[in-house]
Ligand binder design. Structure first.
Ligand code: PLP
Length: 379
């Protein structure tokens, strides 16, 4: 069934199509000048020193974990209420993810108190996720990291241009990862970015994304280098120039897109905060954020009721989702034995409502009317 109101809507028009066409016509489609332009734009936009484009965010997270030096025998703390890649990236290095709880329905990011509780002599780092683009408690997390000499990787997939106390998300930890997957704030189909302020880390990321080769094809093709050496066991995590050209158009639109999302969020929060038994996470946030998604949490509820409420909303032609099925409950993580009461409550009682720039006031009112009726009728 096609939904009347989908969860997400691509902010694409002729400009993305033209950019892809022009790149194809240029004769250079793999990693080259468009990637260089994108990286410069991205770093500037964040106020970060270095941005290195990659195939997707999962690869950026893998590189982050490698570059932070995680490996076999190490423990790395991360949330469970996130997409699986936030924990899988730790395992790619041979290290072990240790799941931490979230604060609660009002703040669904990792709880610094639980981080402190789970630190052992093996702990080497923390992968922080900024859910929906709302900042995790970075002051507390960075202080803990400093005290225990831990590296901090920011999974900033949800938060391009989101701010935390004057800093853009993705520039606070040691390095960070962004996603350009189709349903993210910046869409190129597949794509991602590694960001850091460390020259050494950026150089390492460049090397590892391209087979550990000392020069890139584009440099050789343009006559700036003729030979190469392989100096690290690298990968092919390069983004092609067709996607980079699309990403450049998406970046140009991003501030306007996010401003519209702010209005949509404002309207949602005003309506939803009047409904009994419903919490809008991060309702007290005052900083500029990306509003990647619009999560709500039902109070004094359970999974069965949540699912019935979702069915009611779907029957009205509105798509919803759940962010996220908790990672520690997946088959491959069951043996880790994580017990996370707040995460378990929220994963069973969260509903994600539609969020995108083109949502009209009438549509948001309609979604809120239907949601309110569902919450009232379904006990
Ligand atoms: C989407 C997402 C990822 C993975 O991004 P890809 O670009 O699809 O690899 C990782 N972490 C979070 C929190 C995400 O939302």
């Amino acid at each position: 069934m096609a939904y009347k109101i989908p969860l997400f809507n691509l902010n694409f028009d002729e400009r993305e199509a033209q950019a892809a066409y022009d790149t194809i016509k240029s004769g250079w489609i793999s990693t080259g000048p468009k990637n260089a332009e994108l990286e410069e734009m991205f770093a500037k936009m964040l106020g970060a020193k270095y941005a290195v484009s990659v195939t997707n965010c999962t690869d950026a997270l893998h590189l982050s974990c490698m570059i932070c030096g995680f490996g076999p025998g190490d423990e790395v703390l991360c949330p469970s209420l996130t997409f699986a890649a936030s924990a899988n990236c730790i395992r790619y290095t041979g290290a072990t993810p240790v799941f931490c709880d979230i604060i609660g329905p009002e703040h669904i990011n990792i709880d610094p108190k639980d981080i402190e509780k789970k630190i052992t002599s093996k702990t080497k780092g923390i992968v922080v996720v900024h859910m929906a683009g709302f900042p995790a408690k970075m002051d507390e997390i960075m202080a803990i990291a400093k005290k225990h000499n831990l590296k901090v990787v920011e999974d900033a997939c949800h938060g391009p241009l989101s701010e935390y106390k004057g800093h853009k998300l993705g520039t606070i930890g040691d390095c960070s990862a962004f996603s350009f997957f189709s349903n993210k704030n910046i869409s190129t189909g597949e794509g991602g970015m590694f960001v850091t302020n460390s020259e050494e880390y950026a150089a390492k990321a460049r090397l590892l994304r391209s087979h550990g080769m000392s020069t890139m094809s584009y440099q050789r093709a343009t006559g700036h280098a003729t030979e190469y050496d392989i100096t690290e066991l690298g990968f092919n995590y390069r983004m092609d120039d067709i996607r980079a050209a699309i990403a450049i158009e998406q970046l140009k639109k991003l501030p306007g897109d996010l401003n519209k999302r702010l209005d949509v969020r404002r309207q949602y929060v005003e309506r939803l905060s009047k409904i009994d038994g419903v919490v809008v996470p991060f309702a007290d946030n005052k900083e500029f954020v990306s509003n990647y998604i619009l999560p709500v949490v039902l109070l004094n509820s359970n999974k069965e009721r949540r699912n019935k409420i979702r069915e009611f909303i779907h029957a009205a032609g509105i798509q919803t989702s759940v962010h996220y099925p908790a990672i520690h409950r997946f088959s491959i993580y069951k043996d880790y034995g994580a017990v996370l009461p707040q995460t378990e409550y929220v994963t069973d009682n969260e509903i994600t409502l539609p969020m995108y720039a083109a949502l009209t006031e009438e549509q948001v009112n309609f979604i809120c009317d239907v949601f309110e009726e569902a919450v009232r009728e379904i006990k």
